[in-house]
Design a protein around this ligand. Structure first.
Ligand SMILES: [Zn+2]
Length: 384
């Protein structure tokens, strides 16, 4: 239950001005999109291409695009027109049983998906090695783009603004042989280039627990038995490393901002580290009794209580704080399903998306952000 694996969030590494606009009618995708409305913005808006730091689906399972929402679970890609409409398997083959076999458009053997420039990308096992794959937004044409690493080398990686950042090893597992992080564009077949070697910061093989790009930085989490998790960052602009910040917790419950690192420790409360002063401060008390997953955005902090045991009968509380740690609102998530992981999954402009299981079904509940502060937040079922 305790999610030890880490994975995470946000960036703006490479500015790729590509102001294309596409209407939904261009792709024959309308059978899946219920709205049929024409999108007139930038299809590569950074909100679509950034690494979603505040998501609690450990890998990049949830992506927002100009067409709608895609969600990966169990090697199957689902689609929802707006994130709260029913999630359907991304396959319109007339005779397909969608039984997760290799012939179904929705099926692909990968752990995370990403969006860029009108396509869905992932790294999947193919012919025994890890390949970058591209697929159309209606799920058709799964195309291998380039070899990323061999089965022997292993692989972990995250997408950001049309680039894949990857490591030839496994995050949080022993047996790795190197500490180099590479980058490669998704839109051509060029080879990956070295971004940084973590050993330059004294990080050994098997110590990389997580890495992700954010703005011009690459963040790397390490683990040691005495300090638990620490995070440091490497500037891809000037080649400088920051100090390690000892957050104790891994990416969940941590926000790495440009000037500060924010995190929550169960039983202790909220902390902030300021890069300029190099100081860590305890800034607010615990959210409440029990264990919480905590997620930050520009306006709010969400603290979602999760069950300590699978037999727990308590309905979890969902607290909403402002960024000064003042409680704004709360709601009891009183639902039939037992959940075995933090309920909070991610958020969209208007909704907070909840999931009772991130490994065997699409998101199933949501809250309306417009109800925050009303004292009467309703828990709503997705697809109804
Ligand atoms: Zn199918």
């Amino acid at each position: 239950m305790k999610k030890v694996i880490c994975f995470l969030l946000i960036v703006m590494l490479v500015f790729l001005p590509s102001c294309k606009t596409v209407s939904d009618t261009d792709s024959g995708f309308d059978n899946n999109t219920k709205t049929g409305k024409v999108f007139t913005g930038d299809i590569n808006d950074k909100k679509f291409t950034r690494f979603r730091l505040s998501d609690h689906c450990s890998y990049s399972q949830f992506i927002e695009t100009y067409k709608g929402i895609y969600y990966l679970v169990g090697h199957t890609v689902y689609f929802s027109s707006d994130g709260i409409a029913k999630y359907v398997k991304l396959c319109s083959k007339p005779d397909c049983m969608h039984m997760d076999d290799y012939n179904c458009n929705a099926y692909i053997k990968t752990n995370l998906i990403a969006y860029y420039d009108g396509y869905i990308y992932c790294v999947a096992l193919w012919e025994g090695n890890y390949w970058l794959f591209r697929m159309n937004m209606d799920g058709t044409d799964h195309v291998p783009i380039k070899l990323i690493s061999t089965m022997q080398e292993r692989y972990a990686g995250f997408f950001e603004h049309g680039y894949l950042y990857y490591y030839k090893g496994c995050i949080g597992r022993i047996g790795n042989t190197n500490t180099v992080i590479y980058r490669t564009p998704v839109f051509d077949n060029s080879e990956g280039t070295v971004v940084v070697d973590a050993k330059d910061k004294g990080i050994g093989v098997d110590e990389i627990m997580l890495f992700y790009p954010q703005d011009e930085h690459l963040y790397i989490y390490t683990y040691s038995p005495d300090k638990k998790y620490s995070v440091c960052r490497y500037s891809m602009e000037n080649g400088q490393w920051s100090d390690f910040v000892n957050t104790e917790w891994c990416y969940e419950n941590v926000l790495t901002g440009t000037d500060k690192v924010y995190w929550y420790l169960n039983g202790e409360g909220f902390y902030e580290y300021t890069y300029e002063t190099r100081k860590t401060e305890h800034v607010a008390d615990v959210a409440g009794e029990g264990f919480y997953s905590v997620s930050y955005n520009d306006e709010y902090i969400y603290a979602c209580q999760y069950f300590e045991t699978e037999d727990s009968v308590t309905s979890p509380m969902f607290y909403i704080f402002d960024r000064q740690y003042k409680l704004i609102d709360s709601v009891k998530i009183d639902i039939e399903e037992k959940c075995y992981n933090p309920l909070y999954l991610t958020e969209l402009d208007d909704y907070i998306i909840l999931s009772t299981s991130t490994w065997n079904r699409p998101p199933d509940y949501y809250l309306l952000k417009s109800e925050i502060g009303s004292g009467d937040i309703k828990v709503r079922k997705i697809g109804e």
